[in-house]
Ligand binder design. Structure first.
Ligand SMILES: *Cc1c(COP(=O)(O)O)cnc(C)c1O
Length: 359
């Protein structure tokens, strides 16, 4: 089976982990600091704050911006559950706006209609490796004095009009093994705002500015030096691995038939966390079976939009229709695009899919 995702771990990561283990200092320390500095540089921001996961990066960012009970955060329903759940963790309410059917990202033209006196933030998700349409989003945020928290958990190294993901608002990244780079588990917050960066560091560590003095409520959301060692080694390979993903995507764009292939808007660098096609006419389930039977792994991200998840409907009372997100959930299918694919794998994926559609 050609896997849908595969982390590429080499001697660099292994060596770096052994060095940390031999040092005897395992918890958050000099490796985390080095990783934060290198990650901030990659994004083109002043500060990065490492956390234990992408989910905790989102959670901490919202808290650092003072978002809490009574506040609303405008976001996309077509994403991993952690995006919206982080808003619930701080006691605020996710307000869902439908997506642009071409990019799968939040439709900026529908954001303003969702703004109320309670709205505090917009949280665009840069889904599948493609950044949301940030120019109109930043414009709306500025006019309505809203915070922007980017969920860049799938977009390490992606850019929009020459500026990297995580450099527009407060950026949040996941370092889970299936992402474009990993630290096994881990997360990163990016910002050029010194006050926000410091607040994130304090919330990450028990609300502690001075050792054993706690002026606010915090958590243990730290990253360990063991994880940071892996993450730093992975960061050095990010550019190359993203280029391999892009080359794989170009191959698919050229040869796949009978499905809608991804579009890259002008001025965007797509880093293809996922290569996601649309399969219309109710053929997707048959295609899934066919791919499985022919040894091609795939993913459906995501089969249920968040406003239709049972917890949101039954417990939180969401009762709304967002037609483009719902249609995407029925039609999307992601093919393996990761840098561990061989050219034989690429040929197999194309041949299998084209056989299915009869091309
Ligand atoms: C992976 C992911 C997250 C959560 O990251 P974890 O590291 O798994 O906690 C959040 N949002 C999106 C869009 C993701 O893809």
């Amino acid at each position: 089976m050609i896997p849908i995702a595969k982390p590429l771990i080499g001697d660099e990561e292994k060596q770096a982990v052994l060095e940390v283990l031999d040092s005897g200092m395992l918890a958050q320390g000099p490796r985390v600091k080095a990783f934060e500095e290198a990650f901030a540089e990659m994004c083109g921001v002043k500060y990065a704050v490492a956390t234990s996961s992408g989910t905790t990066a989102l959670h901490v960012s919202l808290l650092a911006h003072g978002i809490g009970p009574g506040d609303e955060v405008i976001t996309s329903p077509f994403t991993f559950i952690a995006s919206a759940n982080s808003v619930l963790f701080v006691g605020a309410k996710p307000v869902f706006v439908d997506i642009d059917p071409v990019t799968f990202n939040i439709d900026p033209a529908q954001i303003e209609a969702a703004i109320t006196p309670r709205t505090k933030a917009i949280m665009p998700i840069h889904l599948f490796g493609l950044m949301a349409d940030m120019a109109p989003i930043m414009d709306i945020a500025e006019r309505h004095k809203l915070v922007v928290i980017e969920d860049a958990c799938q977009s390490h190294g992606a850019s929009y009009q020459g500026k990297r993901a995580g450099a527009f608002g407060t950026g949040t990244f996941s370092l889970y093994p299936t992402k474009n780079m990993t630290s096994a588990e881990g997360g990163m917050i990016t910002t050029s705002d010194e006050v926000i960066a410091e607040s994130c560091r304090v919330i990450r560590q028990h609300g502690m500015r001075h050792r054993y003095y706690h002026d606010e409520l915090g958590f243990n959301f730290r990253m360990t030096d063991v994880h940071a060692a892996i993450g730093l080694a992975q960061l050095y390979k990010l550019q190359h691995n993203n280029e391999v993903r892009q080359a794989n995507a170009r191959f698919f764009n050229q040869y796949l038939k009978g499905v809608v292939t991804p579009v890259v808007p002008e001025g965007c660098e797509h880093v293809f966390h996922q290569y996601t096609v649309r399969v219309s006419g109710g053929r997707r389930d048959a295609l899934m079976t066919y791919l499985h039977d022919h040894g091609v792994g795939y993913g459906v991200y995501y089969p249920v939009p968040i406003h239709k998840q049972t917890y949101y409907v039954k417990e939180l009372g969401y009762d709304m229709s967002l037609p483009e997100a719902e249609r995407a959930a029925e039609e999307v299918l992601s093919l393996p695009v990761h840098p561990a694919l061989s050219s034989q794998d690429l040929e197999t994926i194309v041949a299998t899919l084209n056989d299915f559609v009869g091309a």
